[in-house]
Design a protein around this ligand. Structure first.
Ligand code: CA
Length: 387
């Protein structure tokens, strides 16, 4: 089998209402998608980067496409190394690796379709056919720090819909106001629903420790990205000062980037983003690296149904950490980050997976990613990027 074409699409959709996290407001969702075609008529789809930056598409079409044409998709990890070697001197992280990620996911989609198997059967097998999810939402929709009612209502809505855990944003208000919001949501959802918080590296180490001590009193399960990703010693300082779990890694790239995080035990949970770290090939290696240090791997997921499907395929293969007789979600078993914020692209590019009565989602059993990408929707929201 040979690759005959590599196309990229940049998609955008305006939101009715903007929302914010610790860093900024947004009124747009965007994505970069990759479509790879073969001489056997099999087509694979990937999603590149979670920023949706059009430069990612340009890297693929200008630098990677000429190397990919004529290649056998089954050489996926050999191709990965070649693409990485091509751009290594430009920095080992960022746009070039986002771009590799989308190509890698599309190649695995092709391989799965060619052999008639879902990707997880090719990456080691099925540890679980359903994955428990946690709802990612509870962003800021209002400038007013006292406007907590809508966030409380949103949290109650997730609980009523059957989500077994949820994650909210912090770092967008003063420490006192953020704690007021976390307390209000904890009181509303009750003590039995695991609640996580995400600062999106909005603190320095001493501020993260200060709020972290109060978050422990509110039984927050994990504190995500307390400090900037470059500040490894800051992570270590926060982690050694606090008893709650520290999660991070969504801004990190490749196994080389995760090695110091894992070796130095800077986090309790690594969160590789499949569209960013280098795709399925690299996320699997990062998960193995983390497992060797008994660090849990709970991927970061932010994008269309393509990246959700890719994450489900990976999570299906991950061993419980540690393996026990009666594994508990999050504590032993990896879970899926299920973004519930407004995104007109998400359910249109590929159908939204459905939550079951146990708060879980089925791993798509079909060949490849196991989803049908709606190319009409892709072209409706996007344009093909020809550099
Ligand atoms: Ca996050």
């Amino acid at each position: 089998m040979r690759i005959t074409d590599v196309q990229t699409f940049h998609l955008t959709a305006k939101l009715d209402k903007p929302f914010a996290w610790s860093l900024r407001w947004t009124d747009t969702r965007s994505a970069v998608l990759v479509k790879i075609t073969t001489d056997e008529g099999i087509v694979g789809w990937g999603e590149a980067g979670s920023s949706g930056a059009p430069a990612i598409a340009t890297v693929i079409t200008s630098q990677y496409r000429p190397l990919l044409l004529g290649r056998d998709p089954f050489d996926v990890e050999i191709i990965w190394e070649e693409l990485y070697a091509l751009t290594r001197d430009a920095g080992q992280k960022g746009t070039a690796i986002d771009a590799i990620s989308g190509v890698d996911i599309a190649l695995w989609d092709i391989i799965g379709k060619a052999v008639g198997k879902p990707i997880h059967k090719l990456l080691g097998g099925c540890a679980r056919s359903r994955v428990t999810v946690y709802a990612t939402g509870l962003y800021y929709y209002d400038q007013d720090p006292r406007a907590v009612a809508a966030r409380v209502e949103e949290a109650c809505h997730y609980r009523e819909q059957g989500y077994r855990a949820m994650k909210m944003k912090i770092g967008g208000l003063s420490i006192a106001d953020d704690l007021f919001h976390v307390r209000a949501i904890r009181d509303a959802i009750g003590p039995d629903v695991p609640l996580m918080v995400d600062a999106n590296h909005g603190y320095n180490a001493y501020t993260a420790i200060r709020i972290g001590r109060r978050l422990e009193e509110l039984d927050v399960l994990w504190l995500e990205e307390p400090v900037v990703p470059e500040d490894l010693d800051g992570y270590l300082r926060v982690k050694s000062a606090l008893d709650l779990a520290i999660a991070g890694g969504e801004c990190e790239y490749t196994r080389f980037g995760f090695l110091p995080l894992v070796e130095r035990r800077a986090v309790d949970i690594v969160q590789p983003d499949l569209g960013r770290v280098g795709g399925l090939s690299e996320a699997k290696k990062i998960a193995s690296l983390a497992n060797a240090a008994q660090i849990a791997c709970i991927p970061h997921v932010w994008g269309t149904g393509i990246i959700v499907a890719a994450a489900l395929q990976l999570i299906a293969t991950l061993p419980n950490c540690p393996p026990v007789r009666n594994p508990q979600s999050i504590w032993h078993e990896p879970v899926l980050e299920f973004d519930r914020t407004p995104n007109p692209l998400r359910g249109r590019v590929a159908p939204e997976p459905e939550l079951d009565a146990e708060g879980a989602i089925a791993v798509p059993p079909g060949p490849g990613l196991g989803i049908e990408v709606d190319e009409d929707a892709v072209r409706h929201f996007g344009r093909e990027v020809i550099w």
